[in-house]
Design a binder for this molecule. Structure first.
Ligand code: ASN
Length: 329
């Protein structure tokens, strides 16, 4: 990849911000058509693959009393949480479907996925990172009794399959977007790097530095974050993972889950997470009805941004959701 193609956490200029649909030039419309074709292809590929592999396809929820706390999370920068009252109850716009995923995976579907709108009102200073949108779609999946390495292998398999099919069936679009030759089919298993070592090497900004130095996707494991990711207290190790893509950064995060009531409680209290927002999950965990599982979520617009070489993630959204900028549509 050439220097200009390096995208992601670089600071963009105001001119790089995606425009609303009705202001696009003829050439820009042409480019957006190609990006939409790639998005359609990616959606078709993943939904087909998950269904064929026995995953149940769940429709998303938008408002619930219980949603992802996104806290503590080193990468989170939520400016505002959307809470509204309906029928006399306080509900929150979905930050991610993690709680629903864990419950559904434990109680009914051992393997499931959903395409879920996530509303994350990112701080407005993230407008120019190129990788943040205040609404995006997450392809979230979960499998009962799966281990972290099961999920990583599944993702590697899906990823390699996607790259092969894209190169085969989306050749014209990728050539038009000047991405055909940059996109290489990676060789699994992808490298697994420990966040502790990355911090030693790059400091706290490892997630921005590392993508500039890799030429294949890599896993980063052991990232301290929300209560639902499994934490080995004795070895001080988080059994979770992020997938980072070359020249871009994180497009997927996931983990083995906590399922034991006593551990979940310890972590919620330690991290000041409001237990009252998770009373059903806690009740089920207490009754031992939460089962061990593992899963992950793919940020679809991020993945497609990387594939098409978008300057800003909003280019993959016909109606861009740029932090700090609210268009009429
Ligand atoms: N989807 C993520 C996971 O599966 C959770 C998140 O989006 N915060 O772990």
């Amino acid at each position: 990849m050439t220097e200009e193609k390096i995208i992601g956490w670089k600071s963009l200029s105001i001119n790089d911000l995606p425009k609303p649909l009705h202001q696009l030039s003829g050439d820009e419309i042409q480019r957006r058509k190609c990006i939409s074709k790639v998005m359609t292809f990616v959606l078709k590929y993943f939904t087909k693959e998950f269904v064929n592999r026995g995953f149940e396809w769940l429709l998303p929820v938008i408002f619930s009393a219980s949603t992802d706390p996104l806290w503590p999370d080193p990468g989170a920068s939520i400016e505002k949480r959307i809470e509204v009252e309906i029928y006399g109850k306080k509900v929150r716009a979905t930050l991610s479907m993690i709680v629903h995923k864990i419950m559904a995976c434990s109680l009914i579907h051992p393997k499931l996925f959903t395409l879920s709108p996530n509303v994350r009102i990112e701080r407005r200073d993230r407008a120019l990172t190129g990788v943040h949108a205040y609404e995006f779609t997450q392809l979230d999946f979960e499998a009962r009794n799966a281990s972290s390495s099961d999920i990583r292998s599944l993702v590697e398999d899906l990823f390699v399959g996607l790259m092969k099919e894209l190169k085969k069936f989306m050749r014209d679009e990728l050539v038009y977007l000047d991405r055909y030759s940059c996109l290489q089919i990676p060789n699994p298993p992808f490298k697994v790097l420990n966040r502790v070592e990355l911090e030693e090497k790059y400091g706290g900004e490892w997630d921005k530095q590392l993508p500039l130095e890799i030429s294949e996707p890599v896993w980063v494991v052991n990232i301290p974050r929300e209560f639902y990711d499994f934490e080995d207290f004795e070895n001080n190790y988080w059994d979770n993972y992020d997938l980072l893509l070359p020249g871009y950064g994180e497009v997927l995060s996931g983990a083995k889950r906590e399922w034991e009531y006593s551990k979940i409680i310890i972590k919620m209290e330690r991290d000041h997470v409001r237990k009252e927002n998770y009373s059903t999950l806690l009740k089920l965990a207490k009754e031992k009805r939460i089962k061990p599982s593992a899963g992950a979520g793919i940020g679809l617009e991020r993945l497609v941004s990387w594939i098409v070489g978008a300057k800003h993630i909003g280019e993959t959204q016909l109606f861009p959701r740029v932090p700090g900028i609210v268009y009429e549509l």
